[in-house]
Design a protein around this ligand. Structure first.
Ligand SMILES: [Zn+2]
Length: 233
């Protein structure tokens, strides 16, 4: 074996020793996004993304208030800055607030640093408007690339995904389709995804009362994301 070939051989041997360490080390962050929890208790968490919206968030708050239902709002920093009063109404009504980034960008196109900046900019908006430091982050579109995971981990947030998606944002979805989609799929410990900002919100508002009535009649209790996670402990 020539010197050069020997060097390649030794290097390959070194790599084969090293790669399992690499696989066990850096690539995967130390935590997983939360989609739902396993529980026997009939609890579910309603979550609302893309607000605060000047028109539909107050309508949703009204339905929640009338029914005594707590929810979690994953707000956009840009919307918080635009509608700080609505943000404060969410908080004063006792709902939980999560971070959904600043602009609702496609995270596939952002660097780790840009995702981090989106989260921190929104953190500042929420903090300035409500005095609350949010704990949970939901990436726009549920995008979970390696860069997103790393950015979220360095920002100190937990990632909250969802387990039930009635696609209430889609203009093709009527209130009754949204209600049916949740009703037929829901189980204990689910996190349900809705939107208080966007284009199809009249249907979301219309679906909400029916859904609350139906799930309550089947013994479900509504909790915030924090309360849901407490059930898993
Ligand atoms: Zn969103």
């Amino acid at each position: 074996m020539s010197q050069a070939a020997l060097r390649v051989f030794v290097f390959a041997l070194f790599l084969s020793f090293l790669s399992p360490c690499l696989a066990a080390g850096k690539p995967l962050p130390a935590y997983e996004p939360i989609h739902r929890i396993d529980t026997q208790k009939k609890v579910v968490a309603l979550t609302f993304d893309d607000g605060p919206d000047a028109k539909y968030t107050p309508m949703i708050l009204e339905v929640l208030h009338k029914n005594g239902v707590p929810a979690t709002f994953f707000v956009l920093g840009s919307q918080v800055d635009k509608y700080p009063k609505v943000m404060q109404w969410i908080q004063k009504a006792g709902h939980e607030i999560g971070n959904h980034g600043y602009h609702h960008y496609d995270l596939h196109k952002l660097t780790e640093q840009e995702v981090y900046d989106e989260i921190k900019r929104t953190e500042k908006s929420i903090l300035k408007t409500t005095g609350i430091l949010a704990q949970y982050y939901r990436p726009p579109g549920g995008v979970l690339t390696h860069d997103v995971m790393n950015a979220v981990q360095s920002s100190g947030y937990d990632i909250i995904h969802w387990s039930i998606d009635p696609q209430d944002w889609s203009l093709a979805r009527t209130a009754s389709v949204i209600v049916r989609s949740v009703k037929t799929n829901v189980t204990s410990g689910d996190i349900i995804l809705f939107h208080d900002g966007g284009l199809n919100q009249p249907q979301t508002v219309a679906a909400l009362q029916d859904l609350i009535t139906d799930l309550r009649s089947r013994g479900y209790k509504f909790v915030t994301v924090s309360q849901l996670l407490d059930e898993a402990k």
